[in-house]
Design a protein around this ligand. Structure first.
Ligand code: ZN
Length: 166
């Protein structure tokens, strides 16, 4: 019987690839690269926590989960306090045995030095828990102007997969 769904119809896919039914597990950790834009809102930290947890689990990076989930949450909370009406952008990437978390917010750099110093002190106060968390994990963090076209501020942390022992 001739039907539009006969085998030859599907036999030679060309420009329309289909994912296999059973992808290889687990995914290699270095494949993790994920980002999202969230509204500046008290709820966004919770969404970020869930997303980071799910992404780390999918890439077999569970040992980083507790630190990374809380760090992402603290970063989002800080960014929301500094830019309560804009959009926040979260990026999560694993490379070279370390997880890199970055949050961008729209808070601009200040040209007036005294205002810039006050603003930086205010931001660092919102990052106290985050800073302690990253330090205890043996990671690094920083804050600076965003290099994105819209400006704003970029706050980041690098968390090594293997926790350093003294
Ligand atoms: Zn400011």
């Amino acid at each position: 019987m001739l039907t539009p769904f006969s085998a030859p119809f599907f036999a030679t896919p060309t420009a329309c690839p289909v994912a296999p039914d059973h992808p290889a597990q687990p995914a290699p950790p270095d494949g993790l690269s994920c980002s999202m834009t969230l509204p500046a809102s008290a709820r966004s930290a919770g969404i970020a926590r869930q997303a980071v947890r799910a992404a780390l689990h999918a890439y077999a990076l569970d040992p980083l989960e507790a630190t990374a989930v809380q760090a992402a949450s603290e970063l989002m909370g800080s960014a929301w306090r500094m830019d309560p009406y804009g959009e926040l952008y979260l990026s999560l990437r694993h490379r070279d045995d370390a997880l890199r978390l970055i949050v961008y917010d729209g808070h601009p750099a200040h040209a007036q030095p005294r205002l810039a110093a006050l603003c930086e002190a205010r931001r660092r106060a919102t990052l106290r828990v985050f800073a302690a968390l990253v330090r205890d994990h043996g990671g690094e963090w920083g804050v600076g102007p965003s290099r994105e076209p819209g400006g704003g501020t970029r706050t980041w942390a690098t968390l090594p997969l293997r926790v350093r022992t003294a």
